[in-house]
Design a protein around this ligand. Structure first.
Ligand code: SF4
Length: 353
């Protein structure tokens, strides 16, 4: 197809020099793809270099400690990606002797690897003809062929894949996938596509119809779930408590300040009352000496993909170092806190003090 040749030629002349494009090492390609999910290239680059420096190959990552990996990941969000990174590294090291599988069936069994990432690894590392359908490619195909099906509905995926499977035949799969993604990222942008410099403008239906700005179509998303977190910065001198989050929620295995979650937004005075009740139940020692001051510090709204976190921060200033113990709770100081992976919301709070 002529339009495919135009896109690939344009790519060869205009590609950005990115480190994962000059390798066919499946470890580095996989790592870059996981980092770049939900992350801009500019932000992802520094994490990619940091991971390659600390874990130059899959075996070194497989030997890593989860807390260490989460710490290196800190700030990227979507921490399940980091936990799955480690699980997959261990699996590949143990079950596949350190060599990434090169079949779609096997690769899809690895944690955190879906259809897109599997196709990217198989095409970039093994040059197999699997089209990589990410958000950029959805947009380009929607516009080129004036497809008005919502791209965020799973059932429509096959329509786009059928077109791409035809396009990828007869060209270099790695170059084709890179070219499609690059065209979407650099030319066929979400707002103000650069149709005047686009290599396939003469083939593009959206350009001809003047409807590029209406594409791609997306179905309305469900509203974000609102959550209300009241965090307690229980401190003595430069020390304070951190608590490890439980297994089945956001920020799994990360550390945060001790917290009470409420179902709705409650008055600050009610939080004080609730805290006193919780403290009496759990941390009697806090009250024994009466040795603390409690005050409200500030509030922050933090947006995740499906949740809106409404956070409030309170300070409990201890007059002596507390000795009480609570499951998963640790006492840290200014130096040792660097060792614990924190949600960015908590990291920013601590930096603001
Ligand atoms: S002509 Fe415009 S809308 Fe069509 S693919 Fe190119 S940049 Fe996108």
């Amino acid at each position: 197809m002529q339009n495919v040749l135009e896109i690939v030629t344009w790519y060869k002349n205009n590609l950005r020099d990115l480190p994962w494009r000059s390798t066919n090492d499946p470890y580095k390609i996989w790592l870059s793809e996981i980092i770049l999910q939900q992350t801009q290239v500019n932000q992802g680059l520094k994490y990619y270099y940091a991971f390659i420096e600390q874990y130059p190959d899959i075996q070194s990552l497989a030997n890593a400690d989860e807390q260490e990996v989460l710490k290196l990941w800190q700030g990227l969000g979507y921490y399940s990606r980091a936990r799955n990174l480690l699980k997959t590294a261990k699996l590949v090291a143990d079950k596949y002797h350190g060599i990434f599988p090169n079949s779609m069936e096997e690769i899809l069994k690895l944690p955190g690897i879906g259809q897109y990432t599997a196709s990217a690894i198989l095409s970039f590392a093994y040059n197999l003809p699997y089209p990589a359908l990410d958000g950029n490619v959805f947009r380009v195909i929607s516009r080129l062929y004036n497809i008005r099906l919502p791209i965020n509905e799973q059932k429509n995926r096959s329509v786009f894949l059928d077109i791409l499977n035809e396009m990828i035949q007869g060209v270099d799969p790695a170059q084709f996938n890179n070219a499609m993604m690059e065209l979407g990222a650099m030319v066929c942008k979400p707002d103000n596509p650069k149709c005047d410099i686009c290599p396939v403008s003469t083939f593009c239906q959206a350009k001809e119809l003047g409807c590029a700005s209406q594409l791609p179509v997306k179905a309305a998303k469900a509203a974000k779930k609102k959550r209300y977190f009241n965090f307690f910065y229980i401190k003595y001198q430069d020390g304070f408590y951190l608590i490890k989050r439980n297994e089945s929620d956001i920020w799994q295995n990360l550390f945060q300040l001790p917290m009470i979650e409420t179902n709705t937004e409650v008055d600050i005075s009610d939080v004080f009352t609730m805290l006193q009740e919780v403290v009496q139940l759990l941390w009697k020692e806090l009250l024994v000496s009466g040795a603390h001051d409690l005050c409200y510090l500030n509030s922050k709204k933090h947006l995740l993909t499906h949740q809106e976190i409404n956070a409030r921060f309170f300070e409990i200033n201890m007059k002596e170092k507390p000795t009480f113990k609570l499951e998963n709770c640790i006492w840290v100081n200014a130096d040792s806190k660097q060792n614990y992976p924190l949600p960015i919301l908590i990291e920013k709070f601590l930096l603001s003090l």
